[in-house]
Design a protein around this ligand. Structure first.
Ligand code: NAD
Ligand code: ZN
Length: 361
C-alpha cells in the first residue's frame, strides 16, 4: 500500500507492507537516491541486531556505500551529546551533500536522525524506515527534534523525508507495551478525523492485537492518511496541525509528572484523550457518549484510561500551563465534538479543567 504526502511542489511516498526492507534499494532509487551515494543508517541497539545487517547487505549489493551508527535505545539518545557524536561520525565517514541518512527504528531514531539530516551541511536527504507502531505518527510530517535538559523537542526543525518505508514485519519483535503505545496514536488519528476508522478499530481489536499483517497494514495506512492529510494542509503548524495534539496537553503533563518512567507517551495520551472527552462533555461541547466510547476503544487495546494513581490535579494543571502549547497563559485544548471530530477550544476556564480532573483523581 502506498500513500502520497503532498506538500506544495514536493511530495513523498509512504510505503507500507511486509518485508519492504528486503527491497529497500529499489525504493531509494525511485525517490532519486542513486546507488553511487553514500548512506548512513542510524539505528539503535534493539533494532540493529535484528534488521541492520540484512538491510546493509541489500543496499551494498545494489552499489550503495553504507556506514551504520548504532545508538543506545531510549529517549535519552535524543540529546545534544548523541547528536554531536553522530555528526562527528558523519563527518569522519565523509558524508557529503549528496548523501542520505536512513532512520531505521522507532520515533527516537527517526527524530534524531531526521534532525541530523536537517542540519548536516545545511540539510541532506533522509528516509524514514519505522520499526515501531508509534513511529507511524513520528515518521510522517517532517517534525524532527532532539531534547534539551529543560524540555522535550526544543531543538528541532521541519525537514520532510524523501520517503517513508514501513516494513510491517519488523513489528513482530516490538515489545507488547510498545505495541499498545503505538495503538494509542493510531486510535487518536481515528478520534480526530475518522469515525468509520474508529468503528473498524473496535471490530478488529483481536486481529490487530495479534498483529495480523493485512489488518496492521490497514491500521497504519489509515493512521498515516489522517496525519498526512492534516500535515499537507498545514506543514508548519499554523492551525489545523494542532488538532493532532488531542490528549497531548494532559498527556505531556502526565509524562512529566511521572518523570517519563511509569507512563510512556502512548499511555499518557490515552488517559489524556479520556480526560479531554470527559471535559468536553462537561462543558457541553461534546455529544454525550463521546467519553464512554473513547475509553472503550482505548481499553480494547490494553491502554490505561483512568487517572494516574496518586497524581495531583493541581500539579497537572501547573504542568499543562508550562507546556509550550499554551498561548498567553490561557489554556487552549483540543477537544472532541464527537467521535471522529475535534476542534481547538480557546480560553477554557481553569476551574472547569480542575473540577473534571479532581473527579477523575
Ligand atoms: P522508541 O524509538 O524509543 O522505540 C520504543 C522502543 O522499542 C525502544 O526501546 C526501541 O529500541 C524499541 N524498538 C523499536 N523498534 C523495534 C523492533 N522492531 N523490535 C524490537 N524493539 C524495537 O520510541 P517510539 O515509541 O517509537 O517513539 C517515541 C519518540 O517519538 C519520542 O521521542 C517522541 O517525541 C517521538 N515522536 C515524534 C513525533 C514527530 O512528529 N516527530 C510524533 C510522535 C512521537
Ligand atoms: Zn503523540
Amino acid at each position: 500500500q502506498t500513500l502520497k504526502v503532498e506538500l506544495g511542489e514536493r511530495s513523498y511516498p509512504i510505503l507500507i507492507g511486509e518485508h519492504l526492507l528486503q527491497r529497500a534499494s529499489d525504493q531509494l532509487q525511485e525517490v532519486g537516491i542513486m546507488s553511487k551515494s553514500k548512506l548512513m543508517i542510524i539505528t539503535d541497539q534493539h533494532v540493529a541486531p535484528r534488521y541492520l545487517a540484512s538491510l546493509q547487505a541489500e543496499l551494498e549489493a545494489a552499489g550503495y556505500s553504507v556506514v551504520a551508527k548504532v545508538i543506545e535505545p531510549g529517549e535519552q539518545s535524543k540529546s545534544l551529546a548523541v547528536y554531536e557524536n553522530v555528526m562527528t561520525e558523519a563527518i569522519k565517514a565523509g558524508l557529503d551533500r549528496k548523501s542520505a541518512i536512513l532512520a531505521l527504528g522507532g520515533g527516537v531514531v527517526g527524530d534524531l536522525a531526521g534532525f541530523v539530516a536537517a542540519t548536516y551541511m545545511r540539510g541532506i536527504d533522509f528516509v524514514q524506515m519505522p520499526t515501531s507502531l508509534l513511529a507511524h505518527d513520528s515518521s510522517v510530517g517532517g517534525k524532527v527534534a532532539i531534547n534539551h535538559p529543560l524540555g522535550k523537542n526544543l531543538i528541532g526543525a521541519f525537514h520532510q523525508p524523501k520517503a517513508v518505508i514501513y516494513d510491517t514485519a519488523t513489528l513482530q519483535t516490538l515489545p507488547k507495551r510498545e505495541i499498545a503505545a503505538g495503538f494509542a496514536e493510531v486510535i487518536k488519528h481515528g478520534l480526530i478525523a475518522d469515525e468509520t476508522f474508529v468503528t473498524w478499530l473496535e471490530q478488529e481489536a483481536d486481529r490487530l492485537g495479534a498483529l495480523e499483517a493485512d489488518a496492521i497494514a490497514k491500521a497504519i495506512y489509515q493512521g498515516c492518511r489522517v496525519k498526512a492529510a492534516i500535515v499537507s494542509a498545514d506543514e508548519t503548524e499554523q492551525g489545523q496541525r494542532a488538532l493532532l495534539n488531542l490528549g497531548h496537553t494532559f498527556g505531556h503533563a502526565f509524562e512529566a509528572l511521572s518523570s517519563y518512567s511509569t507512563l510512556n507517551h502512548g499511555e499518557a495520551i490515552s488517559i489524556g484523550m479520556c480526560v479531554a472527552a470527559r471535559l468536553a462533555e462537561r462543558i457541553g461541547f461534546a455529544k454525550s457518549g463521546t467519553y464512554a466510547r473513547t475509553a472503550r476503544v482505548l481499553g480494547l487495546y490494553h491502554l490505561p484510561t483512568t487517572w494516574p494513581a496518586g497524581m495531583s490535579p493541581d500539579a497537572v494543571l501547573e504542568a499543562m500551563k508550562r507546556d509550550k502549547k499554551t498561548v498567553g497563559g490561557k489554556l487552549a485544548l483540543i477537544l472532541p465534538r464527537a467521535i471522529g471530530s475535534v476542534e481547538v477550544v480557546k480560553e477554557i476556564d481553569e476551574n472547569d479543567i480542575l473540577s473534571v480532573m479532581r473527579e477523575e483523581a
